[in-house]
Design a protein around this ligand. Structure first.
Ligand code: NAD
Length: 392
């Protein structure tokens, strides 16, 4: 089938297997060029392994440390008439790369929030890996079913407290405009915490520990975004920010609860980048386009793989890494410093539909967005008939 992007609002409903393979290959090459990590995990579990920061974590573990990786994701396989999701193709490409390099890689595709997927994971670790020394928790999901009660929770992207009026960029209509966002009620806040907070991360660690598959001194990290004034109304001081605060509670509780096995649990704050998760958040496409422009002008722009390689090589696996006041690891220091934020804030009020291309890097944003789905790679012939039935 000939596959061209089908973009609907902030998502693309298809994906290109060859382009996704190129995307994975580029990340693998980047890690190989950087060289081996200074501290090397041996057996790594990545929950949310197929796209964005989780995929970069898996690639860094495998190609920066030669680690065995077990990944968990929730992706759709291709059918006769439809392509698979990007995460499906990324995973197939990762498996191929790992196999060529003689690296162990297995993936479980299913709902990470559920009991059966946790059971399968434990079984596979016992069978193939022994004990896990690094657990990366990189899920981004709009919904979660509580595995004990069966109740389904849906997250909301709304401010907390006062309603917010902000500038945004509508990626479908290609216009800069103002949006009004109603503030969330307590149910919406609680439900978002239930979906994106620390409860499931804690459940994973509990189950892994009870099964005896966590190594002594195992490290675990979940990922967060903190941001500054421009994004706080819709992120930090919003429902998603409340859920992310719950990760801080969970990491403290994990550190205390599993001190006897020397578990180190961190929340890592990462830079804003274009991923399937971030493109769904109002205001982020505008903010990221302006931030990309400023950081590219200042030659300090980074994408997912640069962030994660830096995290693994300089902070996460260190004996005593530098923590912030809330005991988080910080990889977002350059994005959030006053100089970079000052430059973005200076442009923000004057951005309009007409000058957006000139003041911001929407082209860069859009290219990165298309690349998430395997499109916009110069070295892929998108007129070519390709087999969408790729598997691993
Ligand atoms: P993403 O959408 O690229 O990846 C989400 C992953 O979760 C995919 O592998 C998907 O298959 C998996 N997943 C979703 N629901 C699942 C389920 N029920 N069961 C199993 N797997 C499931 O997202 P991302 O942007 O890489 O986000 C990962 C983490 O990084 C999130 O915690 C996010 O808040 C954080 N983060 C993102 C940014 C950013 O700008 N994108 C910045 C800082 C922190």
């Amino acid at each position: 089938m000939v596959i061209k992007p089908k973009v609907r609002g902030f998502i693309c409903t298809n994906a290109h297997p060859v382009g996704c393979a190129v995307s994975v290959q580029e990340q693998v090459e980047y890690v190989k060029q950087q060289g081996e990590l200074s501290n090397k995990p041996k057996n790594v579990l990545v929950i949310g392994c197929s796209t964005g920061y989780g995929l970069a974590s898996r690639i860094t573990s495998a190609f920066g440390a030669g680690a065995k990786t077990l990944g968990i994701c929730f992706e759709k396989p291709p059918t006769e008439r439809k392509t698979g999701t990007a995460g499906w193709y990324n995973t197939a490409a990762f498996h191929q790369q790992a196999e060529q390099a003689g690296l162990y890689a297995k993936t479980i595709n299913g709902d990470a929030f559920s009991h059966p997927i946790k059971d399968q994971t434990i079984e596979m670790i016992k069978l193939d890996m022994g004990k896990i020394d690094l657990v990366i928790y990189s899920l981004a999901s709009p919904r979660r079913t509580d595995p004990d009660t069966g109740e389904a929770y849906v997250s909301t992207l709304k401010p907390v407290g006062e309603p917010v009026v902000s500038k945004t960029f509508d990626t479908s209509k290609k216009i800069v405009h103002e949006i009004s966002l109603e503030s969330a009620n307590q149910d919406e806040i609680d439900n978002t915490i239930k979906v994106m907070g620390g409860e499931d991360w804690e459940l994973w660690i509990k189950r892994l520990s009870e099964a005896g598959v966590l190594a002594e001194n195992c490290v675990t990290s979940s990922y967060t975004y903190i941001g500054k004034e421009l994004t706080q109304p819709i992120y930090g001081h919003a429902t998603i920010g409340k859920a992310k605060e719950d990760l801080d509670r969970a990491s403290a509780s994990l550190n205390k609860g599993y001190a006897s096995i020397g578990l180190k649990a961190y929340v890592t704050s990462l830079k804003a980048v274009v991923t399937q998760a971030s493109s769904a958040i109002p205001v982020m496409p505008l903010y990221i386009s302006l931030m990309y422009q400023v950081m590219k002008d200042e030659s300090c722009h980074e994408g997912v793989i640069e962030q994660i390689y830096g995290l693994f090589n300089t902070l996460l696996l260190e004996e005593n890494p530098k923590l912030d006041d809330t005991k988080r690891l910080r990889m977002d220091g350059v994005e959030t410093n006053d100089y970079i934020q000052g430059k973005i804030k200076a442009i923000w009020p004057s951005v309009t539909t007409e000058n957006f291309d000139e003041l911001g890097d929407y082209n860069g944003y859009n290219q990165d967005f298309l690349k998430l789905f395997g499109f916009a790679f110069d070295n892929v012939d998108y007129d070519q008939d390709v087999d969408q039935q790729v598997s691993w």
